[in-house]
Design a protein around this ligand. Structure first.
Ligand code: GDP
Ligand code: IMO
Ligand code: MG
Length: 438
């Protein structure tokens, strides 16, 4: 029996989704991206060689795997072509195995201009977006004025539709944001030329997926970002503009809810967040000033916690079971993949947040939006650290007993099994305890 597995991040992104997608794609026919865009940054390390992906599914390093970009993804043709060229320079051919849905909303230069103008106007309250035009492109889709991949294939229709939509956006850029307008002719010429370069990859992705299902072949749905950045269920308004939760795999690709057999929730052994917004268990440390919490510094330094897409320092903190439990429910997580355990190898003591005190009252229910977090103080349990290297461990039993206890504690608090354990960035540094496809 074939299986359809969804991989999602359970925190604020950068949990190690890309690595894990790559590891388990040896068993699939196809990997599907279903939401987000090139705001994502997924790092894969194979035999010491690093590849960074933004828009292209993390199955691309396996020669037999087809990579699909579903209609839920907002597509920047320039970002896609750049990424394809980078892969080509590394001898990885994408043109035959990469397929794009005609339903993908396009990210065009005015979306980027709008993203930056909005952030500038928000000032201190900025969301800290990646500046890639993700939010404005999704807004256009929902407003039913957006241009899609299918539109750019019809040059005369695209020419007139683009004119109309750019009049609208340039008005708001110049009159409301006091920003420069985006040039229509340049945008048009670039888009039409880029479309020529990608048109051979455009296929009905939904049909393709259902063919695989009919052929009894495994499919992996690759989430981007994390559940706490979900537009509906995350720490609003400090979120991204798509459904990053497992339901997004259904709406963003064209399968039904009962087509999903297993949801793998990727959990980093601690927590990180990049950009603004609440983070109750944060251990504040500023890398530029080398000032702040010592453990925050260790997590960030040992874990190399810098954004793959923007290079920004990621904020670091302890594991937070309150938000994680909500995340497990939102996604109907079947099993956990715990990543970056090795980053905690030197810590004396480890904390897990099991509840918050909000306005003096203890609760295990996470607030509904960012404002609700204003007074949230974490309540922790403490466990001894293992102070031994766990890098590349090849069996659960060979882990130090304190590390085993940390993992068992997480399983007990989550009421879910840890099915995969990652103790290093390399593909080989992965311990599969229960394979999602078996
Ligand atoms: P994604 O966005 O969820 O795919 O995660 P990123 O790739 O943005 O960030 C995860 C980072 O941690 C990358 O640099 C990975 O190479 C690295 N990584 C993944 N798993 C592990 C692990 O188990 N241990 C260590 N030390 N690094 C890891
Ligand atoms: P991966 O797939 C971490 C964050 C941004 C910002 C917010 C909104 O690598 O886990 P956007 O540009 O999407 O409008 O920004 O979301 N963000 C991410 N944080 N990992 C990501 O992707 C992210 N993609 C967006 O930092 O706070
Ligand atoms: Mg990332």
């Amino acid at each position: 029996m074939s299986k359809n597995v969804v991989i999602i991040g359970t925190q604020w992104g950068d949990e190690g989704k890309g690595k894990v997608v790559d590891v388990i794609t040896d068993k699939v026919a196809s990997v599907v991206r279903f939401q987000g865009g090139h705001n994502a940054g997924h790092t894969l390390v194979i035999n010491g060689k690093t590849t960074v992906l933004h828009l292209i599914p993390s199955g691309i390093l396996r020669n037999h795997v087809e990579c699909l970009i579903g209609h839920g993804v907002v597509l920047s043709m320039s970002a896609l072509l750049k990424e394809m060229a980078e892969l080509k320079a590394a001898d990885i051919d994408t043109t035959k195995r990469l397929k794009i849905s005609p339903g993908c909303p396009l990210i065009l230069p005015y979306h980027i201009a709008l993203d930056n103008a909005r952030e500038a106007k928000r000032g201190k309250a900025a969301i800290g977006t990646t500046g890639n035009g993700i939010g404005p492109a999704y807004e256009d889709k929902v407003a039913r004025r957006g241009l899609r991949v299918s539109d750019v294939l019809d040059s005369s229709l695209f020419t007139s539709k683009l004119k109309e939509v750019m009049e609208y956006h340039n008005f708001s850029l110049t009159h409301y944001y006091n920003a420069d307008p985006v040039d229509y002719q340049t945008t048009l010429d670039e888009a039409l030329s880029q479309a020529e370069q990608i048109k051979h990859m455009i296929v009905d992705v939904t049909e393709q997926i259902h063919q695989h299902i009919a052929n009894d072949e495994n499919i992996l749905f690759e989430g981007a970002q994390g559940a706490l950045l979900d537009i509906d269920q995350g720490t609003y308004p400090f979120v991204t503009s798509s459904n990053t939760t497992s339901g997004g795999a259904v709406t963003g690709s064209g399968v039904g809810v009962t087509d999903i057999d297993y949801v793998l929730g990727i959990v980093k052994a601690y927590t990180t967040r990049v950009g603004g917004g609440p983070f109750p268990t944060e251990l504040i440390y500023d890398v530029a000033l080398d000032k702040g919490d010592e453990i925050g510094k260790v997590l960030g330094t040992v874990g190399h916690e810098f954004g793959t897409t923007t290079g920004r320092q990621r904020r670091c903190g302890w594991l937070d079971i309150v938000t994680l439990k909500r995340s497990f429910n939102l996604n109907a997580v079947t099993g956990i993949c715990l990543t970056k355990l090795d980053v905690m190898d030197t810590l004396e003591t480890i904390k897990i947040c099991t509840a918050y005190k909000i306005d003096g009252v203890e609760t295990t229910t996470p607030p509904f939006s960012a404002e609700g977090y204003a007074t949230a103080k974490p309540i922790y349990i403490e466990m001894p650290g293992w102070k031994t290297s766990t890098i590349g461990t090849d069996s659960f039993d060979s882990l130090p007993i304190e590390a085993q206890r940390y993992i068992r504690k997480i399983e007990q608090l989550a009421n879910l099994p840890v099915d995969i354990l990652s103790t290093g960035p390399d593909r080989a540094q992965t311990l599969i305890l229960n394979h999602p496809f078996e």
